[in-house]
Structures are given as C-alpha cells and as structure tokens.
Design a protein around this ligand. Structure first.
Ligand SMILES: Nc1ncnc2c1ncn2[C@@H]1O[C@H](COP(=O)(O)OP(=O)(O)OP(=O)(O)O)[C@@H](O)[C@H]1O
Length: 231
C-alpha cells in the first residue's frame, strides 16, 4: 500500500518558491490502479517523483507499507526503491545491446539480496510471457515495436515483485490502440501481482479502467475527472 498524507513539494523559483504539489493526500491499495490526470504543469510528474521516493517533499508523509520513507537516508530510499517500487517512465529506455530476457535479469542482479540466477531467469521468462512476449525473449530493442518495448519496460519494473508501481504516461509514444493494450496490461498485472499502482495519463479514455481517478490542478489533487460530462 502507498499512502501520501498532506504532501507539499516546492521548487526554487527566482527569489521565491513554486509549489508543484500542494497538500496532497491519497491512498493506493494493493491490487488497484489509481489514475491521475491533469493539465500540463499541474504537478503530476512531481507527485509521482515524490511517491517513487525520488524527491523528498518539503512536508508531509509518504509511506510504502508501514515504512515512512521521508525519514530514510538517500541510500535507504535507494534500497527501498530497488526492493519495493517498480517505476515505468514514458520511454522504455532499454539497453540497446541486451535481449529482452537480459534487460530483466540486469535488474534482478542489482543488490546484495538478489535471488539465485536460475530463479531470476525463471521469473524473467514468466514475466515476459505474462506481458505477451513469449516469442521475443531473445529480441533486442531494435527488433521490437514501440508497444513491445514498453511491454519489456513494464515486465522489467515488475522483476523485483514490487508492492508499488509508479507509471508516468506509459502510452505517450504509442498509437491509441497500442495504448489501450498497454493500459489493459498494466491493469491486469496490477491485479495479478497485487501491486498498488499509481499511473499518470493525459488520455481521458483510459480513466474508466482505473479503480480510482484524481485530477491535478495547480499542484492540488481532487477526486474524479475535470472532463466535461458526456452529452
Ligand atoms: N526540477 C524542477 N525545478 C523547478 N520547477 C520544477 C521542477 N520540476 C517541475 N517544476 C515545476 O513544477 C510544476 C509542475 O511540473 P510537473 O512536471 O510536475 O507537471 P506535470 O503535470 O507533470 O506536467 P506535464 O504533463 O507537462 O509533464 C511546473 O510549473 C514545473 O515548471
């Protein structure tokens, strides 16, 4: 479970400070997808960065399970991210020379507490099958489509069996149909693996697929969507 309570984040802005995230609270339960939408510059990526423990907020609480992450040192948050948080950015950012299977194994190899290689290989292969890449274990990024690369990216984020998934605009480099498939995949993996998933999207068509939806405006978060009602 991911819990944000009264989170505020500011950035330097000339002589003063700009409030990117303004007193935001939300809870993302295991096995559910929380969708966040909002205009450009409203603070969505800043909120994800805080939830992913990549930035410490000025004030407020960010809990992963029962761990208060704002009390941790940078090296402790790095360990927490590796072990308990999966992060998917807009672009897949795969390593060009590695096969799909090796992209996942490279993640599993990080850290002192990693599982034996045989186990990691089995998990990597299962995850690639789960994201629909049964026939592409040995493919390198240039041999994959944009949608397939994003599938590898998602499988890689799941490699360490994270409790929390942070997903920023996963469909922005894809056409609408491929985007729908990727959203469907994230929803089904979230349910199957029991992650608490926080996902930012500009595409309002995807919102009905999520368990809860919030809209950001000027750093503040409100429930539901600001989209005009259907006539
Ligand atoms: N590192 C930073 N330093 C200073 N200001 C920043 C920084 N990161 C973001 N901001 C500012 O914080 C506000 C929120 O930015 P953020 O990127 O979180 O918005 P967003 O909703 O994700 O936008 P987009 O949809 O365009 O990605 C913006 O005004 C932005 O200029």
């Amino acid at each position: 479970m991911l819990t944000l309570q009264d989170v505020t984040l500011t950035f330097p802005d000339g002589q003063s400070r700009h409030t990117a995230v303004n007193d935001v609270s939300l809870t993302a339960e295991p096995g559910t997808v929380t969708g966040i939408t909002g205009a450009s510059g409203s603070g969505k990526s800043s909120l994800l960065a805080v939830a992913a423990t990549l930035i410490t907020p000025d004030s407020g609480s960010v809990r992963i399970g029962d761990v208060e992450t704002t009390d941790l040192s940078p090296s402790q948050t790095a360990t927490l991210r590796r072990e308990r948080i999966g992060i998917v950015f807009q672009q897949a950012n795969l390593l060009p020379s590695l096969t799909a299977l090796d992209q996942l194994l490279a993640v599993g190899e990080l850290g002192p507490g990693s599982a034996p290689r045989g186990e990691r290989r089995t998990r990597a292969a299962q995850l690639l099958d789960q994201v629909g890449l049964e026939r592409a274990h040995r493919a390198r990024p240039h041999e994959l489509s944009g949608g397939q690369r994003q599938r590898v990216n998602i499988a890689r984020a799941m490699m360490n069996d994270p409790e929390v998934m942070i997903v920023d605009e996963p469909t922005s480099a894809l056409d609408h149909a491929r985007g729908q498939e990727i959203i469907g995949l994230i929803c089904s993996l979230t349910e199957a693996l029991g992650t608490a998933t926080l996902l930012v999207t500009h595409d309002l068509d995807f919102l009905p697929r999520f368990d809860q939806v919030f809209t950001m405006a000027d750093g503040g978060l409100s429930p539901g969507t600001a989209a005009p009602p259907l006539r």
